[in-house]
Each structure stands twice: as structure tokens, then as C-alpha cells.
Design a protein around this ligand. Structure first.
Ligand code: SF4
Length: 339
């Protein structure tokens, strides 16, 4: 793995078995993540977008081994510079890696124990991981609470006494307590009001600069992802269909699914006409995905080959650029400026 990479995901799969009948026999599988490859560079914010049910949350969790991957590799560069395959790490090693790789949830309320005060919630990871205790613990808790712009006077209160944005700050303080280097933000601001979203985004950006953090930012708000992320991954039915630099994804869109997804984003400039692409039908089932290109039943550019052959995921970027796409006709269709 190259020096500038923090993480490399290779052919990662996560299938959930479907068991039925008296003997609880396996009758099928939900192919939530179906063979994905990508890298995350040190210090970047990588966006991960797609319709709900496309597998983005499962992918985020499989990387952290919060759900056990079915197969594939997740190579992670530790603080000491060693490359470890997270999928194969044994308990002791995994415990160490987990301090480095953290998750911010969409709904901080359900992830915070309602019977614990803010002090206990922020202090818990410090105690469990033997990072601080006694007076040092108290001091560290205060520092963390101040770092997420909460007032230490409130640290004896319970989560229900806080607003959604404040609860997300408590969640971030908990995550920060372990000094992580990589954070998966799973729809971390989706449940918040727009003004509060902006505050949390600013906080995440400040923390990234201060601690040189690397983010995988899972979201469905494309305008937000465009603003925040250096590069963006687009997922469809458990597979990655396009990866590109943020600006490039919006101005030189290559995949027909990305084109449709971006066309649905409301325009800020009233002079620019919006031409929303309406996709045919529903997203197919991940239990029985279509043959060939998974997107073919809904694609406006479908041809015979698309129904038979799965497209190669390849770099179509200009010299030195990385713009990966999985469409047989990416070169012929050419780049499109959707936004
Ligand atoms: Fe559409 Fe064919 Fe490209 Fe798939 S391979 S996105 S069906 S044109």
C-alpha cells in the first residue's frame, strides 16, 4: 500500500444470509456490499453517496468490522506505520486498531445511554481503555467537552436535557477521547436542522485540521458532500459505480446513475435550468441483482452488452487523474456537467 494511503479496501463483500423453515436453512443472501475496491488518502474527506439501501452504511461498518465482512481485505496503516488487514486482525490487535478507527452515528440519542451523564459518557471510553483516571480523567473530560464547544457546567446533565446538535457534540467528544485517526461519519448531520448541520460540519472541519483526521463521510445530501469532501464515491446496489474528485464528479460526470442522482439536486443558480432525470422502475433487490450491469434495467443508455456483461471498474481520468467508473460506454458517452 502506498505511503500516502491510510486505508485500502480490496474486493470487500458483506452478504447477510436469509434463513427460513423449520431447520432454519439458508435460502438466499442479501448482497449488501458486493465486491468494492477503493483507497482513502491520509487527511482527506471521502464522501460516500447513493440511494438508501445501496449498502453505504453496511460498507462503513464492514470497514470498521462493526459488522463482520464476508470476504475481502481492509488494509489500514496504523500510527506506527504498519499495514494491518482489519478483517483478519485478532482480538487484541483489533482492540488497538479500534481506537484509531471510530464511528459517528446519525442518531446520537440512540447511541448515548440515557442513564449516563455527559461526564460519564465522555469519560467511559477513557476509563475502559485505561487512557486516564482520577484527577487526570476529570481534566481530560473537561478538555474534550470544551473542544466540542459544550460548557463543562452541563456535564452532570443527562442526554435528554440537550438539543440534537448538542447530543451530536457529546457523541463527537466520546469519539475524540480515543485520539482516532480515521472516523466514519454515518449520516452524522442528516437528522439535524440546516443551521445546526452547518455548526457540526464546521466543528468536524476544525477537528480535522487540528488532529489531521481522515473522514469517510456517508450522506445522501449531495450539495453537502460537494462542499465538504475531497473525493466522492457513488454506490448502487452494493457496488461502486464511480469515484472521482469532488469537483470533477459534478462537472465531468461519467456514470449514467451518477448523472441521474446529481440531476435531482436543486439548483442554487435560478438561471440554470434543472433537467431532472427520471429513472425507470425501482431499485432491484440486492437478494437477486440483475445480470450484467446492475444498473441496466433503469439506465437510459442501455445496450445489449449491458444486459450480459458486467462492466469493468476502470480509470477513465485524464493523465494523472483518478476517475474510476463502471460503465461499458463511459468513453463513448463522454463527461457531462450535471451541476
Ligand atoms: Fe448504463 Fe450500460 Fe453503462 Fe450500465 S453499462 S450504466 S446499463 S450504459
Amino acid at each position: 500500500m502506498e505511503e500516502n494511503k491510510l486505508l485500502e479496501v480490496r474486493n470487500l463483500k458483506k452478504f447477510f444470509p436469509i434463513n427460513r423453515g423449520f431447520f432454519n436453512r439458508k435460502v438466499g443472501e442479501v448482497k449488501a456490499v458486493n465486491g468494492v475496491d477503493f483507497s482513502i488518502y491520509q487527511g482527506e474527506t471521502l464522501g460516500l453517496v447513493g440511494e438508501s439501501g445501496c449498502g453505504k452504511t453496511t460498507l462503513g461498518r464492514a470497514i470498521l468490522r462493526a459488522v463482520e465482512p464476508t470476504s475481502g481485505q481492509v488494509l489500514f496503516r496504523t500510527g506506527e506505520g504498519k499495514v494491518v488487514d482489519v478483517t483478519k486482525a485478532e482480538d487484541r490487535q483489533l482492540k488497538k486498531i479500534r481506537k484509531d478507527m471510530q464511528l459517528i452515528f446519525q442518531d446520537p440519542y440512540s447511541s448515548l445511554n440515557p442513564r449516563m451523564t455527559v461526564k460519564d459518557l465522555v469519560g467511559e471510553p477513557l476509563l475502559v481503555n485505561k487512557i486516564a483516571r482520577g484527577k487526570g480523567l476529570q481534566q481530560k473530560i473537561i478538555e474534550l467537552i470544551e473542544q466540542v464547544d459544550l460548557r463543562p457546567e452541563y456535564m452532570d446533565r443527562y442526554p435528554h436535557a440537550f438539543s440534537g446538535g448538542q447530543r451530536q457534540r457529546i457523541g463527537i467528544a466520546r469519539v475524540l477521547s480515543l485520539n482516532p485517526r480515521f472516523i466514519v461519519c454515518d449520516e452524522a448531520v442528516s437528522a439535524l436542522d440546516v443551521s445546526i448541520q452547518a455548526q457540526i460540519i464546521n466543528l468536524l472541519q476544525e477537528l480535522q485540521q487540528k488532529y489531521k483526521l481522515t473522514y469517510l463521510f456517508i450522506a445522501h445530501d449531495l450539495s453537502l458532500v460537494k462542499y465538504l469532501c475531497d473525493r466522492i464515491i457513488v454506490m448502487y446496489l452494493g457496488k461502486i459505480v464511480e469515484i472521482a474528485d469532488s469537483e470533477q464528479l459534478f462537472t465531468q460526470t461519467r456514470h449514467p446513475y451518477t448523472e441521474a442522482l446529481l440531476s435531482a439536486v436543486p439548483r442554487v443558480d435560478p438561471k440554470r435550468k434543472s433537467s431532472k432525470i427520471i429513472l425507470k422502475g425501482e431499485v432491484p433487490s440486492p437478494i437477486n441483482p440483475p445480470a450484467g450491469c446492475y444498473f441496466h434495467p433503469r439506465c437510459n443508455y442501455v445496450q445489449e452488452k449491458c444486459r450480459r456483461e458486467e462492466p469493468l471498474f476502470r480509470n477513465v481520468g485524464q493523465e494523472g487523474e483518478e476517475h474510476y467508473v463502471s460503465c461499458h460506454w463511459a468513453e463513448q458517452l463522454g463527461p457531462k456537467e450535471v451541476m
